[in-house]
Design a protein around this ligand. Structure first.
Ligand code: 5GP
Ligand code: ZN
Length: 113
């Protein structure tokens, strides 16, 4: 499958991996939008939030658990961070393999742009 994040999961493109288990991998974003910016993804290919099914409930539940584990490891948990999932064009999605952004290290503004 011609999917960037599937290739990353397969080790075909390099990444700075922060966490990995059977179902999930977390890695540094290549174009950080904050001092800390990493992504947490299911290893299974799911294109967008709209493609989720009941089968995905377990792995999707793991994403915020892994996000907070990595945030604690990085020492950003206490100050806080933002978790974002973009869906389709209006959501600003550019990589069509579902991913959770974790942004931290500065005061983030609201509403987002
Ligand atoms: P989206 O815009 O789809 O919500 O987020 C995609 C994210 O993937 C962006 O923040 C972008 O910087 C990141 N990204 C795109 N290509 C790569 C890559 O090859 N490696 C890594 N680590 N991140 C990537
Ligand atoms: Zn994929």
């Amino acid at each position: 499958m011609d999917c960037l994040f599937c290739k990353l999961v397969a080790g075909e493109i390099p990444a700075t991996v922060l966490y990995e288990d059977e179902h999930v991998i977390a890695f540094e974003d290549i174009m950080p939008q904050a001092p800390e910016h990493f992504l947490v993804i299911p290893k299974k290919h799911i294109s967008t939030l709209n493609d989720l099914t009941d089968e995905d409930i377990f792995v999707m539940g793991m994403l915020p658990v892994v996000a907070s584990k990595v945030a604690k490891q990085k020492g950003i948990a206490e100050d806080g961070y933002r978790v974002v999932m973009n869906c389709n064009e209006n959501g600003g999605q550019t990589v069509y393999h579902i991913h959770m952004h974790v942004l931290a290290g500065r005061q983030l503004t609201w509403p987002p742009g």
